[in-house]
Design a protein around this ligand. Structure first.
Ligand code: XBP
Ligand code: MG
Length: 251
């Protein structure tokens, strides 16, 4: 019998490739609007992604000498503008869901599995992605949306996963995390969760030692078989990741 009772989804990089073409672009728009010279190119943003949270990422770039110093209040204002610009980019429909995400969400929902989000991103940015990329019915279908500053310590700390599980009344034995990054995997691992990782260009070289499955994407039936990077449970028929694969990982 399956122990899989709950799936907790990371957002940025997992539901959709939002970082390079969404968050990064919105930060640059906010810098320009504020009259700042700094621009984060694709490679630079990859370096900055080691710090989770947009405000924290700006502070980190200041500390490493990438931008002139500004106060925390100015960072918060700048980040507020960035979040509005990000929502506009999402509303333009620029960022589709990653392959297999909708299929797995719908299969799990139909199967009565609890669904939740555990992300470091800002709630209004998450809401925009749900509304424009997933569909508004998912505001009801997710049993918890755990996001942003709701916990003091962002990933790789376990807090956001622990908060989501507490809200749902589930424990780590019943819950599987879906992540895309090393920091996300560390957060899930520290919360005692099993974890499936779908890498992207920014995270391919990161360390996922101990994760339960690492693939390039979830994939779709009928498409080319997915690239499998780590398969410690020796799952078979992995042309795409199915709900049954997730159940086997938890059994
Ligand atoms: C990824 C993050 C976020 C986004 C930016 O979150 O670290 O900070 O890059 O979002 P996750 P904000 O993968 O956990 O969803 O600017 O709203 O912080
Ligand atoms: Mg992520």
């Amino acid at each position: 019998m399956t122990k899989l009772k709950c799936l907790l989804w990371d957002v940025d990089g997992t539901l959709a490739d939002t970082e390079r073409d969404g968050h990064r672009v919105a930060f640059n728009m906010a810098f320009a609007e504020a009259g700042m010279e700094r621009r984060w190119d694709v490679a630079t943003y990859g370096e900055l992604l080691k710090v989770t949270g947009g405000k924290e990422r700006v502070r980190f770039d200041i500390q490493r000498g990438g931008m002139s110093d500004i106060s925390d209040a100015q960072i918060a204002d700048l980040h507020g503008r960035k979040t509005i610009m990000y929502q506009q980019l999402i509303a333009e429909g620029r960022i589709p869901l990653r392959s297999g995400v909708r299929r797995l969400l719908e299969a799990a929902y139909a199967d009565g599995i609890l669904l939740g989000v555990a992300t470091t991103t800002t709630p209004s940015a998450l809401n925009a992605l749900i509304k424009h990329s997933l569909g508004s019915e998912w505001f009801e279908r997710f049993a918890v949306l755990a996001a942003g500053d709701i916990v003091p310590a962002k990933k790789p700390a376990p807090d956001i996963y622990e908060y989501a599980m507490q809200q749902l009344g589930v424990n780590a034995d019943q819950t599987l995390a879906l992540e895309d990054s090393g920091n996300g995997w560390l957060s899930a691992q520290a919360a005692g969760l099993r974890c499936v990782v779908t890498i992207n260009d920014y995270t391919r070289a990161q360390d996922f030692e101990g994760a339960d499955l690492v693939v390039a994407e979830f994939g779709e039936p009928g498409d080319d078989a997915i690239e499998v990077l780590q398969n410690p449970h020796q799952l078979d028929s992995l042309a795409y990741v199915s709900l049954n694969h997730l159940k086997v990982i938890m059994s």
